[in-house]
Design a protein around this ligand. Structure first.
Ligand SMILES: Cc1ncc(COP(=O)(O)O)c(C=O)c1O
Length: 481
């Protein structure tokens, strides 16, 4: 900070930031009584898109006023308890406050004796402890999200599989390497495929894991693995989901882990959304096997409510990541505990933001018991919503919820079967536009499907009732129209 910024400017910072904190708190108080989401007024959208680059500087007070007036009220909607879209939670208050402090420190969290480095190591360990994953120092790092965590984990898997057949992928790339094969359930999140594409393995390397109604046909999977081996390919990786994005279903992780162990495959679990579901004692046994994974992708910025961005890659053996990523040119040398090294040796980021403070604050503010209660309540609400849907003649469940995602469809009276898919496809955006509830759609089992994901700690029975009423009313409108 320059000397000029220390006197009057810091006073302005104090004043403007207090106004900002008050404005943010007012915004949060007003949120539940406002529409969940509304399109931006045309004039404001145009103004934001066309903002000219300012020649001179503006006062911080004015910037705060502009942000409070033009930006905060026009949010995505995930702060509202009737927001059920995608997998987006409201930010925790502790996380919001911590974001200011972490920006004030502004470190690059790589290595060294500063608090952010030690805090990230502790927070990664906390996350592992929360979901019951084994952890040793170096066994993970925070990332921008689960997509990035998946790339990190699968890079470890790729490196290990190729090293075993004597191929150095870091030196030689994939040229001359045998074809790696990966076994991925049909309901796996698209980030798995994207990671495989980015890592040069190609989506053509994917084989579908034979799952039927949540049960693994282990014999069929092992036959497929044997056939791939017989064809000269190298089976390398098996993926499972601890909570699918479409329906929140938990794959049979223990059975998958058995096959991975027997076949010597890297077992990766996508726990981005659902792994924290293990905190609900009623369903914790369903996650058995997650602790046997070689890698686990988590998203504290989903169910825990850490402000975006906060993902996490956990690995059983940190050296797998270090082997894949460590590259230390002289200008980046830092004295570190050589046994663990720097965070930059475990992933693709060099300058790394301070994601740990908001994650620490969010977890610490509620504790394991508070988070467990929050997760358990969300799952209960999902079961409540499923019951409301079953009691509504014009709706049907697409899958019984295992966690806090409810997949369902509308079949309004008077709508011909041929039009049902069309109605369900356009329904989410039509509901969103009405402003009382927000849900999104997907395709599940080959059919257009609605999905409601419950992550907001304040989502109550009244919000579930609003959602159901809005979907039914909107479906009628669309059928008539
Ligand atoms: C099951 C699952 N995996 C992975 C992801 C990707 O996570 P991110 O958006 O944090 O990259 C998501 C996102 O919704 C998800 O639901």
């Amino acid at each position: 900070m320059s000397a000029a910024e220390t006197g009057a400017e810091l006073q302005e910072f104090r004043r403007a930031s207090r106004a900002l904190v008050d404005g943010v708190a007012d915004h949060l108080v007003a949120l539940p009584s406002r529409p969940v989401w509304q399109p931006l007024p045309d004039a404001l959208r145009e103004r934001l898109l066309g903002l000219p680059l300012p020649e001179g500087g503006a006062a911080l007070d004015d910037l705060v006023a502009t942000a409070l007036r033009d930006v905060l009220p026009h949010a995505m909607g995930n702060g509202h308890p009737a927001f059920f879209g995608w997998v987006n939670s409201p930010p925790s208050l502790a996380g919001i406050a911590a974001s200011l402090a972490s920006a004030a420190m502004n470190p690059s969290v790589v290595a060294g004796d500063h608090a952010d480095v030690h805090l990230e190591r502790a927070v990664v360990r906390w996350l592992a402890e929360l979901v019951g994953f084994p952890h040793a120092p170096g066994g993970g790092l925070l990332t921008s999200g689960a997509s990035a965590a998946t790339i990190v984990c699968l890079a470890g898997a790729r490196g290990r599989a190729l090293a075993r057949v004597g191929h150095d992928v870091r030196r030689d790339g994939l040229a001359g390497a045998p074809r790696l094969v990966v076994y991925v359930p049909a309901e796996a999140h698209s980030c798995v495929r994207r990671a495989l594409e980015l890592l040069g393995l190609g989506s053509g390397a994917m084989r579908e894991v034979p799952l039927d109604a949540g049960r693994l046909d282990a014999a069929a999977l092992r036959d497929a693995i044997a056939a791939d081996r017989a064809n000269g390919a190298v089976p390398a990786l098996l993926v499972g989901s601890a909570g699918t994005v479409n329906t929140g279903a938990i794959d049979p992780l223990d059975a998958l882990a058995d096959v991975a162990a027997a076949e010597d495959l890297w077992f990766h679990v996508d726990g981005a959304y659902g792994a924290f579901g293990v905190l609900d004692p009623a369903i914790a046994p369903r996650f058995r096997g997650m602790e046997r994974a070689d890698s686990l992708a988590l998203d504290p910025h989903k169910w825990l409510g850490v402000p975006v961005d906060a993902g996490c890659a956990l690995v059983r053996q940190g050296d797998d990541l270090r082997d894949a990523f460590s590259l230390i040119p002289p200008y980046l040398r830092q004295d570190t505990d050589a046994s663990v090294g720097t965070f930059a040796e475990y992933g693709p980021e060099q300058t790394r933001p301070f994601r740990a403070l908001k994650t620490w604050a969010t977890i610490a503010a509620r504790g394991r018991a508070g988070l467990s209660a929050q997760v358990t309540r969300a799952n209960q609400r999902a079961r409540e919503l499923a019951a409301l849907i079953e009691g509504e003649p014009e709706l049907e469940l697409a899958a019984r919820p295992e966690t806090s995602i409810v997949a369902f469809r509308a079949h309004p009276a008077g709508c011909s079967p041929a039009r049902l898919d069309d109605v369900n496809r356009v329904l989410p955006e039509a509901v969103q536009a009405r402003g009382r509830a927000f849900l999104t759609g997907t395709v599940f089992g080959g059919r257009e499907t609605l999905r409601a994901c419950i992550l907001h700690p304040d989502t109550g029975t009244e919000h579930l009732a609003t959602l159901v009423a809005e979907v039914v009313a909107t479906a009628h409108e669309l059928t008539r129209g």
